[in-house]
Design a protein around this ligand. Structure first.
Ligand code: ACO
Length: 452
């Protein structure tokens, strides 16, 4: 009877040598391949994995995703249960501390966050420097980065108190920075936080308050927004979280690391997708145009935004939860939005089409989140900004985990060098060629572009 071992045998057919490497957690260590060489002075074998589609870069106990089964859990709790029973701040606590809070712990956490929502008055001056039509995500990116200059002690990343304060300040001030960016882009006065309101209610107030003495959010809208916040709080090693970890691995302060996450989230294939969904729905214009639009998608002229996911090859569980809130929000605001009819028909036709089902392309959370924001009267440019607010707790939790992980070092991928070598330098007067600058290398055409 053959004995099984948790190892992998690799035969290098160039040399005929066989190597045995350990398998742990269904994974081999890429560094174990380095011993595979043809000659003693070779660098050794590496793996090539553009976009890290099959490389685990860390161990993490924060978020579990089973993309095939459509499962999402934070610290062991299903997203469905968290959305049903928790508030966003409770989930933020869970992500950061690893356990659900007791009542006094949640009270303290909520108090601390609520009492750090104000930003330094200079931030307003900084915002004044932006053009009137600046994208609020660009303003958020800059102001979050600037926070490191207001709290320079945050660079003591090994100090537990400073880490706690950075977590509190980031989570507390992100809605204020987001709302200020929005008000600036509309030329409206900034609204200061109201500490009597809930986290989501306060954000709605800072966005919407006009002449009323006290803003009172509709509890159904407040809850819908809070659920959206829960749904966006963390999603393991996505593009922005990996950016926070990579930048944070240089031991920079957490504000700068989180600013890297905001920058990554800005991209249309990541946080910008819900904005792109709304643009797409507007372009489709009416239900009758859907078949032609889908024909274009299948011809690879463009993507069906809000469909597909790098990890979920089944229905995104977050999409299922949020879908339930779309009608409720529309009922509250009393809006009969034609885009909703286009979205639901588009979803139906795509799910009936082999092109999408064969590729396991289902609606993701962004297909619906944009519709809720639209119903709340929030302009498209703010969608990604609103995504950044709850994702901050995930970024902070992942940043903390990374800093406590003794296996982590400064992030530094390898490359396969494909350029020229050992050229002879030609003095500028002797160089021949085009008179014009021919331009930088072109980006890849949309048809060959892959998302991250
Ligand atoms: N519309 C049309 N075709 C698509 C789409 C789409 N939205 N998404 C993927 N495909 C096709 C690809 O062209 C590819 O087809 P092929 O194998 O015939 O070449 C196949 O499906 C597999 O797609 P990949 O690009 O390999 O999938 P990947 O996992 O790399 O991309 C991504 C995931 C970026 C999310 C992609 O599905 C996409 O661009 N979707 C639209 C943007 C979007 O909604 N992003 C939000 C993601 S969720 C979030 O960030 C919160």
């Amino acid at each position: 009877m053959s004995e099984t071992k948790d190892t992998l045998s690799i035969t290098d057919n160039r040399t005929g040598k066989t190597y045995e490497v350990d398998i742990t957690d269904e994974t081999i260590k890429a560094m174990d391949l380095r011993q595979i060489k043809v000659n003693e002075d070779d660098f050794g074998m590496m793996t090539y994995d553009p976009a890290f589609t099959n490389t685990a870069a860390c161990r993490s106990s924060i978020t579990y995703i089973d993309g095939e089964a459509g499962i999402l859990q934070h610290r062991g709790y299903t997203i469905e249960e968290l959305c049903e029973h928790s508030t966003y701040l409770e989930v933020a606590y869970l992500l950061i501390f690893g356990e659900l809070p007791t009542e006094p712990q949640l009270e303290r956490w909520t108090y601390d966050i609520t009492h750090h929502t104000f930003v330094h008055e200079d931030i307003k001056t900084m915002l004044e420097g932006f053009r009137y039509d600046s994208h609020p995500m660009g303003m958020l990116l800059s102001t979050v980065g600037a926070m490191s200059t207001y709290y320079p002690q945050a660079n003591k990343i090994d100090n537990p108190f400073e880490r706690y304060m950075a977590a509190i300040r980031l989570i507390a001030k992100m809605p204020t920075l987001a709302a200020f960016s929005y008000r600036h882009s509309l030329g409206l006065p900034y609204i200061y936080p109201d500490n009597d309101l809930s986290y989501a209610g306060n954000f709605l107030g800072m966005m919407r308050k006009m002449t009323e003495l006290k803003y009172e959010p509709d509890p159904r809208l407040e809850r819908a927004l809070d659920v959206l916040f829960i749904l966006h709080a963390d999603h393991e090693q996505n593009c922005s979280t990996s950016s926070v970890r990579a930048v944070g691995s240089s031991q920079v302060d957490p504000y700068s690391a989180v600013a890297a996450g905001v920058a990554a989230l800005y991209g249309p294939l990541h946080g910008g997708a819900n904005e792109a969904v709304l643009r797409m729905l507007r372009r489709i214009e009416k239900v009758e145009n859907i078949p032609d639009f889908l024909k274009g998608v299948k011809n690879r002229d463009e993507k069906l935004m809000g469909f597909g996911h790098r990890v979920y090859k089944n229905y995104d569980p977050r999409a299922r939860i949020i879908k339930k809130h779309v009608d409720e929000v529309l009922d509250v605001v009393g809006l009969d939005n034609p885009l909703v009819a286009i979205a639901s028909e588009l979803e139906k036709q795509a799910l009936d089409d082999e092109f999408f089902t064969e590729r396991k392309l289902y609606p993701n959370v962004d297909f619906y989140s944009g519709l809720i924001y639209e119903a709340l009267g929030i302009p498209n440019e703010m969608f990604t900004v609103i995504f950044a607010i709850p994702r901050t707790s995930g970024w902070v939790a992942q940043w903390m985990e990374m800093n406590g992980d003794s296996e982590q070092k400064i992030a530094r991928p390898r490359q396969i060098y494909t350029g020229a070598r050992d050229l002879t330098y030609v003095p500028i007067a002797d160089r021949e060629g085009e008179e014009k600058i021919t331009g930088p290398p072109a980006t890849r055409p949309i048809k060959s572009r892959r998302g991250a």
